[in-house]
Design a protein around this ligand. Structure first.
Ligand SMILES: Nc1ncnc2c1ncn2[C@@H]1O[C@H](COP(=O)(O)OP(=O)(O)OP(=O)(O)O)[C@@H](O)[C@H]1O
Ligand SMILES: [Mg+2]
Length: 407
C-alpha cells in the first residue's frame, strides 16, 4: 500500500469536473434567478410604498411554495437588492434572515434579529413584548429600517406556544400608532394550511399578501441547471441532453417534485461520481447513481425487482439493454420490443403481443421501475419513450440477469 500521505495527496491533486463546486450548494446565492422574475416583481410591488414613504405602513408578506421552489433564495436576493437600492436613496434599510428551525421561540427570534442588526438587548429577564419594544426603540434611535424574513415559519406557527407570539410579531406597531413603522416581515412557509389555525385577527395580515412559488417544470429546471452548471462546472463536463435528463427526473410536469434543490443535488452527486472515477465528464449512469443517493427510496426499488415475474423481468431487461445500447436517456418502445423478442427466445419464453407488452410497460411504470413519455410527433409518428432513472443501468442489468438465472 502506498503511504497514507501519498493516497491523500493523489486524491487532493486529482483533477475535478468542478470549477467552483460551492456555487451548487444550497447556501450559495446566485446572482440571477431564472423563472422567479414574477415573484420578485410581486415582492417589489408589495414594498413599493416603503420606498415612496418609508415608515408609513408596516409590510407583512407571505411566500408560499413546496420545497426547493426558491423561496429562501428569492427572499435573500430581494432583501440584498432592496437594501442597496434603499441606501442609494438615503434610506438605512437592513435585511435580516431568521431560520425558525434555529430560533424557535419568540424571544429567541427577537434576540437574533437584534443581534443581526448590531443591537444588543439583555438576553435574560425580559418578556417577548419587552424585547420587541427594546428593538423598536433602538431602530427609532438609529433611524434604521429592517425587513425581517422568518423562514420555515410554518414550523414556528405549529410549535410556538404561540398564537400569541404571532400576534406580537404581526401587530408589533399596534401600540405605536404615531411612530414610523420600521419593522417589516416576510414570512416563508411551505403551505398555508398550517397557518389556518392561527387566530384570524393575526392571519389576515399576512394571508392577504401572498406570493406563490409553484414547483418548477421540466423546462424551467433546465434553464436553472444550465445557468448554475455553467458557473460551477468546467466547459464540456455535462451535455445538454444530460441536463435535460435531470430536469426530466425532477420536472413537476413530468411527475417529479419540481424542486431545484433536488435537481442541483443530483448534479453535484453526479459530478462527484465522475470525479471518483477520474473521468472528465458526467455520464447518464452518474446521474442515475446520483438520483439513487439523493432519493434513497429508489434503492428500495432495486430490491423490489425481485418481486417481478419472469416475463416482467425479461421485459425490464430489454428496456435496460435498449437504453444501454442507445446511450441516451429514453428509447422507443419499438426498439425495446425488438430486444424483448430476442431475449424471450434466449430465456425460453413465449413473447407477448404488442398490446400486452404495452400493458406490462404501464405496470412497470406504475410500480416506479421505469418512466415513460410521449415522443411527440416525429417522422415515424407518435411513440412511447421509455427511460430508467432508478439506478445505474449496469447495476440493474446484473441484478435482473442474476434473478433470471436463478429460476
Ligand atoms: N430560479 C432559480 N434559479 C437558480 N437557482 C435556484 C432557483 N430556485 C431555486 N434555486 C436553488 O435551488 C435550491 C433551493 O432553493 P431554496 O432553498 O430557495 O428553496 P425553498 O423554496 O426555500 O425550499 P424549502 O422549502 O425546502 O426551504 C437553492 O440552492 C437555490 O439556490
Ligand atoms: Mg427555504
Amino acid at each position: 500500500m502506498p503511504s497514507v500521505e501519498k493516497i491523500i495527496e493523489d486524491e487532493i491533486s486529482s483533477p475535478s469536473v468542478f470549477k467552483e463546486k460551492h456555487k451548487l450548494y444550497p447556501e450559495y446565492t446566485p446572482s440571477s434567478l431564472p423563472h422567479r422574475e414574477k415573484q420578485l416583481k410581486q415582492l417589489a410591488q408589495l414594498f413599493k410604498s416603503f420606498f415612496s414613504s418609508p415608515g408609513e405602513e408596516m409590510q407583512r408578506v407571505m411566500l408560499v411554495g413546496s420545497f426547493g421552489t426558491g423561496k429562501t433564495v428569492t427572499s435573500k436576493l430581494f432583501g440584498a437588492s432592496a437594501s442597496s437600492l434603499a441606501s442609494r436613496n438615503g434610506i438605512r434599510l437592513k435585511y435580516v434572515h431568521v431560520n425558525c428551525y434555529k430560533s424557535r421561540t419568540l424571544p429567541q427570534i427577537i434576540y437574533n434579529i437584534s443581534l443581526d442588526l448590531g443591537i444588543t438587548l439583555p438576553q435574560r429577564g425580559l418578556s417577548a413584548q419587552e424585547l420587541m419594544r427594546g428593538l423598536i426603540e433602538e431602530l427609532e434611535r438609529r433611524n434604521t429600517y429592517a425587513i425581517v424574513a422568518l423562514d420555515e415559519f410554518d414550523y414556528f406557527a405549529l410549535m410556538s406556544s404561540g398564537l400569541n407570539s404571532i400576534y406580537v410579531l404581526v401587530r408589533a406597531y399596534d401600540e405605536y400608532v404615531n411612530k414610523k413603522k420600521r419593522l417589516h416581515f416576510i414570512f416563508i412557509s411551505r403551505s398555508i394550511s398550517t397557518l389556518e389555525n392561527i387566530d384570524p385577527s393575526s392571519s389576515t395580515y399576512f394571508l392577504k399578501n401572498i406570493v406563490e412559488f409553484s414547483p418548477y417544470t421540466y423546462s424551467e429546471l433546465y434553464d436553472i441547471l444550465k445557468e448554475r452548471a455553467d458557473e460551477a462546472l468546467y466547459p464540456g463536463v455535462i451535455s445538454d441532453d444530460e441536463l435535460k435528463y435531470i430536469s426530466m427526473i425532477e420536472g413537476y410536469d413530468k411527475g417529479g417534485s419540481g424542486s431545484a434543490r433536488t435537481a442541483l443535488e443530483i448534479l453535484v452527486r453526479a459530478g462527484e461520481s465522475a470525479d471518483s472515477e477520474k473521468r472528465s465528464s458526467i455520464t447518464l449512469d452518474d446521474i442515475r447513481k446520483a438520483h439513487v443517493i439523493v432519493k434513497p427510496e429508489l434503492a428500495m426499488l432495486q430490491d423490489q425487482v425481485s418481486a417481478l415475474d419472469r416475463h416482467e423481468l425479461v421485459l425490464y431487461l430489454s428496456v435496460i439493454k435498449a437504453l444501454k445500447g442507445s446511450g441516451s436517456g429514453f428509447v422507443r418502445i419499438g426498439d425495446v420490443e425488438k430486444i424483448y423478442r430476442v431475449l424471450c427466445e434466449a430465456y425460453n419464453l413465449q413473447p407477448r403481443r404488442h398490446t400486452q407488452v404495452y400493458t406490462h410497460i404501464l405496470e412497470l411504470r406504475s410500480m416506479g421501475f421505469i418512466q415513460t413519455k410521449s415522443s411527440g410527433k416525429g417522422f415515424r409518428g407518435k411513440s412511447t419513450l421509455i427511460g430508467i432513472s432508478a439506478a445505474p443501468l449496469y447495476v440493474l442489468e446484473s441484478k435482473v440477469e442474476e434473478l433470471l438465472k436463478r429460476e
